[in-house]
Design a protein around this ligand. Sequence first.
Ligand code: PHE
Length: 404
Amino acid sequence: MNISRRSIKVISMMALPLLFSTACIKKEEVEVIKTAEVTATAPAKKALSQDEIVIGAVFPMTGAIATYGQESVNGIKMALEVINKSGDLAKKIRLIVEDNKGEPVDSSNAVRKLINIDNVHAIIGSVASSNTLAGAPIAQQNKVPMLTPASTNAKVTMTGDYISRTCFTDDFQGVVMAKFAHETLKKSKALIIVDNSSDYSKGLAKVFSTEFTKLGGTLLGTTDEFTYTQKDTDFRSLLRKVKRQNPDVIFLPGYYTEVGLMLKQAKQLGMSVPFLGGDGWDSPKLQELAGPEAIKGNYISSHFSPDDQDPTVKSFVDAYTESFKQKPGAMAALGYDGMLVLADALKRAGELNHRNIRDAIAKTAGFKGVTGSITIDAARNATKSAVVLETTPAGMAFKQKVAP
Ligand code: PHE
């Protein structure tokens, strides 16, 4: 029997002795196995505290995507109140928040610090997929469970078996928006503007483009033709180039700071074509950045609508608004759900070690959250509904709910 390199990679270490006895293994394959053995004999871990549960949180508290972190931590703190009040967990949770400033380098440093210095039981975070993708390999190498409430890029959970998420992926979100563009808005000529510094933007652009063309729509240009990077502030020459193509809809899978400015500048250039986006637009700052004129008539996919009349959602929205004097956005709801799911796993984990916590997260099924029912599948993703929201000067208005 001859085993390909690819099949070896996915075989667990426990299966390796068996493999050795039956297989003819080439040199390059042996190297792969050696790496696995090195990890197996990595230095023993420090025991985790059994008096309290230490949770590390990696979020952008400052910088261009700061509302994601602020809303997340608000949601997490609300969840911790619920958990502590319920008395369901015998031990108290201590939360350590690290500000990654929305940057990949700070994200990996934060994860390293939480593991090496704080000896955390688990990590919650982060938001921007490129940030989570920078931190996740460190959590995986150290076998510390990391749960992201919000990173939707497909690659995130492929990092390894210690990395999971409680949100849907861009494979779903991108299809939702392509269908909305083609079937609901009846648009046929789409153009995609991509944030080249974001794995999220690039991934979501690909999914949208594939689905939109599959539905019979035309894509003007390619997904790497109309691009910008985070921290850009002047999008006028890009927008002039876009305008000349005469699209009837523009897909802009970006984050709110650049998106807000771009919407405003597009309006100033006399563009009236609708812009569509994903969850990255979902910020209480978007309206302010775009201004009341430019914000109108655009649509996004997201995780939850604050207008949802479901009783679980309603009581969350009321409590959040009361505490923080602002309606919750998607990140507030996702942070809240993520923390509750993690606490639920901690409750079921038995003796608190990283492996047990990971296994308990993986067994999450039918957890009723504010953002929907959460079941972690074999690929450590959650299959959940999305909502389509219209951006209005007063906030996000509910349009439709799309089941997976
Ligand atoms: N899904 C985005 C990403 O992966 C992050 C995000 C989630 C932003 C929810 C806002 C709201 O990069």
